[in-house]
Design a binder for this molecule. Sequence first.
Ligand SMILES: [Zn+2]
Length: 497
Amino acid sequence: MFWKPIPWKGNTGTSTPPVVAEKSAAATRQDNSLSQSTHALVNQTQNEILRSYETETKAKFDDIEPVLKKILSQKQRVDFIRWANAELYSHIGVTLDEDEWELNNSSNSQFVFQNIFAKVVFKQFLAMSEDFFLRDPLGGQRAEEATRIFRDAGIHAVGVAPCADGRLAHFVSYVMRLPYTLARRKSHAGAMFDVSESVRNWVFTEHTRFREGLPNSADEPTRYMKMAVYHFSKADPTHQGCAAHGSDEYKAGSAALKKLNDFRQAIENRFGANSKVETFLIGVNTDDDSLKFHIPDQYGQVSLDRFMDTAGMYQATMNLPAEEAMVALKDAIDFCNKANQTTLPRPEIRDLIAWLIANNFSQIAYVKSYESGCYDDIGHAERFIGIGNGFEEVQLRNLSYYSYLHTIEEGVNDVDVGIKIFKGLNVKKGVPIPIIIRCDYDGRVPGSKTRAVEKAKRLEKAVQSRYHELYACGLVKTMGTLRDYTGFKPAEKLRTS
Ligand SMILES: [Zn+2]
């Protein structure tokens, strides 16, 4: 062993990593050849791909307001529509139909701007959806390796329940570097996922294993994994933490943990003690995307006070070759529990955690190299609100505030939080809040699409009526969308007639 754990007082919460290096001769030799700035476990090629996707996609949303203002100031041009579409296409990559430019609308120019702004945002979203599903820019449709790694750890399916906060929207594809097709994501304000809904999803997953042997046979002793993801800000803990928990990190973490324990208990109570699920509790520092990874004990129980700080581990393993860094990570995970006089995680779970932490190292390096180690927008900077289900194509930080819900009544708190955030972001400068409603359907099931259409219409109406004051003055704009989730098809716009 090249790493020797040091006695580690108390729990964690300190920035001191739980290990000190006692480097091997090989590691020392490699120190000279390894760049100090690049961790051996970081996937730099992937970072470059993810970065160009992020900057290009966000720019296409951020440029809408200035580009449109410039275009609309030239309304007197005789060739306005042709010229405006050429301008719009060259900057944003979309065009509007002739009547969508509203040349005959005699309302004041601000009102017209609001209408056109929303139309362009919605078109941009549909273009992004098409790009995401048809061209797979993040490689999220290639899940073989990750599936194998989870299966080796005894996991056959993964459900992720992050907070709806836009600063966690990239959790799957960026922070954890997981293929979106592997990790089923449902976001709620404060990570307050619905336990009954999770139980139903578990039943569906187990039934498919039993009847169809997918993703693996029900005979195999594997488990369903649920990850709950809360968040905090180290730089501004009392203001930039989780809005749903009053920026109180302890409250956010303990509420997510309670949900996980309730879910585990619900499965055992309802389906017997042999029905076990695996649970992970993860806290994200939204300043730099490092994690508090709560380490489970032998029985899978996690505790708020027992976690690994991935930023500390990144530094502590900085100069090691990849293989030794992985060994160090696994040792440190075990030591985290030893130091807390708790049983060790099962070896296969420990190895999975080490792999996930190594994945997170790539994201830590991403923020270090592209954001100077801390995001400029440590607060909210979302571009639109997404409500309903699905939205797999949204995998970027702060692109959208997303809330998973079936009815406005059930998700009203989530949507209210989103509206409050957008009052600060958009409404105060006269820019409307774009709200995209999404209802996925199963193209194999008769009537599924019709029901999705009805649901989307219902949700859209409910949004318009709940926020009627903003809606009436053009400051809330909505678009219903549908998607057949059985393949890689893009979102389709809901016809309004
Ligand atoms: Zn939150």
